[in-house]
Design a protein around this ligand. Structure first.
Ligand code: BTN
Length: 255
């Protein structure tokens, strides 16, 4: 399938389609694509989220973007790509003067505690240099959500009260991504860790519950490791390092 539009935003080349199953899946099939190839669609029929969830991808309402990266990074730095994407999304949202923006570890961007953006990072096995697809979904112009998301999701238009120009948002996001990716490629993971911690109330002193594959733990957040893992001090005083897991805020009244 040919893209309807090829849009040049150096170093990115965007292949834009009216409709796709999933932009991540489409980019994965473009086996010879160079680094910085992007795929976007007005609509995804099978948008995917983390943990095998679906990503609500209504036509024309959101940004559905996948970017191919071929980072020459030490393996322990690869998780920083996920934090980097969240930082870039959060900084782009900040341009719209929206109050209450937050990042829930590792990469959910929230506004007033509702999810506005989600990021799905996928590696492609078998290549000599790692091929990473960073899939970014941003709710831009949604006025309504399906009932199951109505209490937990929001859109930029809802938060700032006016229609959002999706191409303008995409271009600003790519500028921010390119900048942070350069930082990371120059070996400066600390700047990303610092910026993430500035933008996230989850970095320090937050009461959270973490759902892991085989256990659930609660505790208070205590910063990030060099690789972007979340440190959590549990009630027993033990420090746990969370590499993967579902984080939720402990609300007052919760156990
Ligand atoms: C999550 O929070 O669960 C991650 C959601 C990621 C959604 C984006 S939309 C563009 C790209 N294509 C997909 O199928 N998923 C990601």
């Amino acid at each position: 399938m040919n893209p309807v539009q090829l849009i040049h935003r150096p170093p990115f080349i965007i292949h834009h389609y009216p409709t796709l199953g999933s932009t991540n899946d489409h980019l994965k099939r473009m086996t010879d694509a160079p680094e910085f190839t992007c795929v976007t669609a007005d609509e995804q029929r099978a948008g995917r989220g983390r943990r095998d969830r679906t990503w609500h991808s209504a036509p024309g309402d959101g940004l559905y973007l996948s970017v191919l990266l071929r980072p020459l990074l030490a393996p322990e730095q690869l998780p920083l790509l996920s934090l980097m994407c969240a930082v870039a999304v959060s900084e782009t949202i900040a341009r719209y003067n929206v109050a209450g923006t937050d990042i829930k570890w590792p990469n959910d961007v929230l506004v007033n505690e509702r999810k506005l953006s989600g990021i799905l990072i996928e590696g492609i096995a078998g290549a000599d240099t790692p091929r990473i697809i960073a899939g970014i979904g941003v709710n831009l112009n949604h006025r309504d959500f399906p009932p199951e998301l109505e209490q937990t999701a929001t859109s930029l238009a809802r938060e700032c009260g006016h229609q959002i120009d999706a191409a303008e948002f995409r271009d600003q996001l790519l500028i921010s991504l390119a900048r942070w990716y350069e930082t990371l490629r120059h070996g400066d993971g600390h700047s990303i860790l610092n910026r993430w911690q500035q933008l996230s109330s989850y970095a320090h002193g937050k009461q959270i519950v973490v759902t892991l594959d085989d256990e659930q733990l609660s505790g208070v957040t205590a910063g990030l490791t060099e690789s972007g893992a979340l440190l959590v001090r549990t009630a027993s005083g033990a420090m746990r390092t969370i590499i993967a897991g579902e984080v939720s805020r402990l609300r007052s009244g919760d156990q």
